[in-house]
Write a protein that binds this ligand. Structure first.
Ligand SMILES: [Mn+2]
Length: 378
């Protein structure tokens, strides 16, 4: 039987709304001097108060803002959630913005107790708003997401992309590759799932295929994919063979079961240091056990605990040349509690703490503060 034909093309070129979603406001630059914009009236409030931004940080809207303020890290939302059939991850950025519980701008600072380093003080961190997303099309969303990530990197700032679903890994990592060069980026990929499938219902890019697309196009070599936390019932035969053929360094939960977490963590760090020049963390929140992260589209029981995940995130920030990260698949709509955004917020803070440690010269393996270990005798 012949395919039924549609008698119209995918896009109506005359539709005046065709590009509205990705056309920046004309007055965006205006007469305003470039720099950070603090949206809050008072210097101190709980995270539940004021105008919500990522980690209660000030806002930057243009590359000129990032450069004028010498921003170390820019968090950018990317609310794309239609490449896995599960709506709700588009609310991930908003959930993360609303779930920071810490008091900002406290005079004496708020150092991370494990290492006594305060990322909020030692780094310039900004909320870069949201990427343009065509909420009717994953494919049309690729280019604007790639462009905004590239723009952040070119401003000398590390991008933290807050999704959104895992299809984002393709434009995010491709943008890094645009700047640093093909094959120069390695990805430490935390996920219950391998995301290296070939296709989904004929679509080249879904939340299950970004890894394959990045390898197909030479942005990342298989050897520089370090995967942590895989479990469940995929991948099977052919895909697993593909991963082996490409030289993936993968760590299933079966390996954690055999060797324990500490050994797997050490292996992942050693592999991160053996390969790509620049590293990127792709953190699918479903790498955590659903007990800690029920707010996600494809939960997979038997996952990591925050106590296992957090030190590795922090260590990657401190001990490797990390140039950015993404947090994906946070779906607050299927979490009636606030635990998932709370844990996600902390995961982001762990990476920031690591980056602040490195900036301050602390790069020794698995550093912990003598003040908070062994009764302060550390
Ligand atoms: Mn994933």
């Amino acid at each position: 039987m012949a395919e039924p034909e549609t008698d119209f093309p995918e896009l109506n070129q005359d539709d005046p709304t065709k590009d509205l979603w990705r056309s920046p406001r004309e007055d965006l630059q205006g007469d305003r001097p470039p720099g950070l914009i603090n949206l809050n009236r008072y210097p101190m409030a709980l995270g539940s108060h004021g105008i919500a931004t990522f980690l209660q940080r000030p806002v930057a809207l243009t590359p000129a803002d990032l450069m004028a303020a010498e921003v170390d890290v820019a968090l950018v939302g990317a609310g794309l959630d239609f490449s896995g059939g599960m709506r709700g991850a588009a609310f991930g950025p908003r959930a993360l913005r609303s779930h920071d519980m810490y008091l900002p701008n406290v005079a004496e600072g708020l150092p991370h107790a494990h290492v006594m380093v305060d990322a909020m003080k030692d780094l310039v961190i900004a909320d870069y708003g949201d990427a343009a997303v065509d909420f009717e099309s994953v494919h049309r969303s690729i280019e604007p997401v790639r462009a905004i990530v590239r723009e952040i990197v070119q401003a000398g700032t590390k991008p933290f992309v807050i999704g959104g679903d895992h299809a984002l890994m393709y434009p995010d990592v491709a943008a890094l590759s645009d700047v640093y060069g093909k094959g120069k980026i390695g990805v430490v990929h935390f996920d219950a799932h391998y995301d290296a499938g070939s296709f989904g219902l004929g679509h080249n890019l879904t939340h299950g295929t970004p890894v394959r697309r990045l390898i197909d196009q030479g942005h990342v070599s298989g050897h520089n994919f370090i995967q942590v936390g895989l479990r469940g019932y995929v991948p099977t035969g052919e895909d697993l063979a593909y991963m082996r053929d490409q030289g993936f360094r993968y760590h299933f939960m079966a390996e954690v079961e055999r060797h324990g977490w500490d050994q797997v963590m050490e292996r992942a760090i050693a592999e991160a240091l053996d390969g790509a020049e620049f590293l990127y963390i792709s953190l699918d929140i479903d790498v955590l056990d659903p007990a800690y992260a029920p707010g996600t589209g494809t939960p997979e029981p038997g996952g990591l605990t925050p106590r296992e995940l957090f030190p590795l995130l922090r260590r990657l920030g401190a001990e490797t040349n990390l140039v950015g990260m993404e947090l994906v698949e946070l779906n607050p709509l299927v979490d009636p509690t606030y635990v998932t955004p709370l844990v996600a917020n902390r995961a982001v803070r762990e990476i920031l703490t690591g980056i602040a440690m490195r900036k301050g010269g602390i790069t020794e393996p698995h550093y912990l503060s003598p003040e908070t270990t062994d009764h302060g005798q550390g």
